[in-house]
Design a protein around this ligand. Structure first.
Ligand code: FAD
Ligand code: NAI
Length: 485
């Protein structure tokens, strides 16, 4: 009895202690201390974007060194790796969003966040013109701001290759509104198929979902759709479930070209068992309102009826990036995106740094690369501030000896080139299975299955930027296990 009483007390103390710690951390996240105001003697750092690159920079940046302004059409950071889960209702949208002001409120000096789209960058006069294109606008909705340093992190947009009908009829999977649109469309297809008197042919069309692109986005989305079907729709619509079909179309000979051969084969096997059809060496040539036009390996074109098309065919540069590159034609010749040097400075421009998907580099356009580049720039800006301060002191130096000493200190401040450290590739493939290509002790280690899925979940849970997001995502996973989507 004594042992049980002691155990009870220890458990109670542990629970109370853990709850108090959790409460303390949450309150600290929620109510940070006061911030320094803008300082006219400091240089202005403008950051375009609030995605992986920009947010990771903001997290690491010592804002006491600069007057920092963030400009983005979205006033939040979106955790893209979990976006396909939002598309099928496994996760709530707000669980994977982090308001940008949530990040900036924790900085030592205040940061101005402007919800607007940058329309033009003038690299000669060092200005950015921005405009508020949201539904509700005040008297002023456009302005031009100067910068001393600009970080260009606007990401990329979905590549359509100019294929007819894609913009009009397909759903994308890049932004939050894309996932929400897809969810509405998918459920609409199922409800319309359930409408009394619908012909079998029309039911089959409405319930045929086509995913275009066998890259990680297309694969993860197909896997999530399959989970929704197996775990929820089969019991909600027993009369329709057997008619729901998912087809993944990929132009190349195999899906997931960036993963190892074993994992490609494992994914294809898993999809086969899950009744997801993979059509490789097949190009989508046109998207119609109720069908897609496919060109198979035999070169023959055929029209396939479908209810929904999700377009996940890769990235292309945004218009603003193309316009900026056109202003520096001699240095910016790569059509894929902004060319940068080893220190992530935009080639041909003064004081512009570019990171993430908007750049054309040897790195894949991934969150991993963008976030490492953002952290690197935070360190670079610390050094730049140090150098700028020393140089300011140098101009005011009163004696030659003092000037010489400062000059030596300035020379010592050296930037190191950006170095990318690949942490591996992970992807969810549905059926509670994930695949992983991980570099361990210099060797490539591949793994796929349920254990990898647990690893995938814990890796993303720990990568989420705040305790708030971690709690919300973990809560959503438990909710889905208990009550479905
Ligand atoms: P983004 O994160 O796209 O951010 C760009 C920012 O710029 C956004 O805030 C946008 O609103 C803003 N912006 C756009 N236009 C303007 C403008 N004119 N002016 C100002 N701001 C502007 N990568 C991985 O490594 N692992 C994964 O598991 C993974 N999963 C993914 C899943 C999905 C569904 C998708 C779509 C991508 C995934 N990626 C993943 C890729 C990853 O999301 C991108 O590589 C990453 O977002 C790039 O970061 P970024 O900062 O360059 O761009
Ligand atoms: P992607 O560029 O990796 O794949 C797009 C695929 O679409 C290509 O394989 C291409 O051959 C195919 N395609 C293009 N046009 C086509 C057409 N008309 N018909 C049929 N197929 C067509 O794009 P994705 O998947 O959006 O990924 C973008 C970036 O984000 C990549 O760098 C990827 O690594 C990263 N990402 C990483 C994830 C992860 O690590 N889990 C998840 C999602 C994205």
């Amino acid at each position: 009895r004594h042992f049980l009483q002691t155990l009870g007390r220890v458990t109670l103390v542990t629970i109370v202690g853990a709850s108090a710690t959790f409460y303390y951390i949450a309150q600290k996240e929620r109510h940070p201390g006061p911030q320094l105001p803008f300082d006219p003697s400091k240089k202005t750092l403008v950051i375009l974007g609030s995605g992986w690159g920009a947010t990771s920079l903001l997290k690491g940046l010592d804002t006491s060194d600069y007057n920092t302004i963030v400009v983005s059409p979205k006033n939040f950071f979106l955790f893209t790796p979990l976006l396909p889960s939002v598309a099928v209702g496994t996760l709530n949208a707000r669980s994977i969003l982090q308001p940008t002001r949530y990040v900036t409120r924790h900085k030592s000096r205040q940061v101005l966040v402007i919800e607007a789209e940058a329309k033009e960058v003038d690299p000669v006069n060092k200005t950015v013109t921005l405009s508020d294109d949201s539904e509700i606008q005040g008297q002023i909705s456009s302005t031009t701001i100067p910068y001393d340093y600009l970080v260009y992190a606007v990401g990329a947009e979905t590549q359509t290759f100019g294929i007819p009908g894609v913009r009009e009829h397909a759903c994308f999977m890049k932004e939050l509104h894309d996932a929400e649109k897809m969810q509405r469309r998918f459920l609409d297809c199922v409800e319309s198929a359930a409408f009394p008197g619908q012909s079998d042919e029309e039911k089959d069309r409405l319930l045929h979902m086509v995913v275009v692109g066998g890259g990680p986005t297309g694969i993860e989305l197909s896997g999530e759709l399959r989970d929704f079907l197996e775990e929820d729709l089969k019991s909600w619509y027993p009369e329709l479930a057997s008619r729901i079909r998912i087809t993944l179309v990929e132009a190349l000979p195999s899906v997931l070209p960036s993963f190892s051969k074993e994992l490609i084969a494992y994914t294809e096997r898993t999809f086969k068992e899950s009744d997801i059809d993979i059509l490789t060496k097949t190009m989508v040539k046109k998207v119609n309102e109720k069908s897609v036009l496919l060109k198979g390996p035999d070169g023959v074109e055929r029209e396939v009826p479908c209810g929904m098309v999700v377009w996940a065919a890769g990235n292309t540069a945004r218009q603003i990036s193309r316009d900026l590159m056109a202003k520096l034609p001699e240095d910016q010749t790569n059509k894929r995106g902004i060319a940068v040097d080893d220190y992530l400075r935009m080639k041909g421009a003064r004081d512009i740094f570019a990171i993430g998907d908007c750049t054309a580099s040897s790195y894949a356009p991934t969150a991993q690369v963008a976030s490492q580049q953002g952290s690197y720039l935070a360190r670079v800006f610390k050094l730049i501030a140090k150098k700028d301060n020393l140089q300011a002191d140098l101009t005011h130096a009163e004696t030659g000896e003092e000037a010489e000493k400062l000059k030596k200190q300035v020379d010592k401040v050296k930037l190191k080139p950006f170095h990318y450290s690949h942490q591996g590739s992970l992807a969810y493939i549905g059926s509670d299975k994930a695949i992983a290509d991980l570099p361990i002790f210099g060797r490539e280690w591949t793994s796929g299955g349920v254990a990898t899925f647990m690893f995938w979940r814990s890796a993303y849970l720990s990568t989420l930027f705040s305790l708030r997001n971690r709690s919300l995502v973990a809560g959503d996973w438990i909710r889905v296990k208990l009550w479905g989507r």
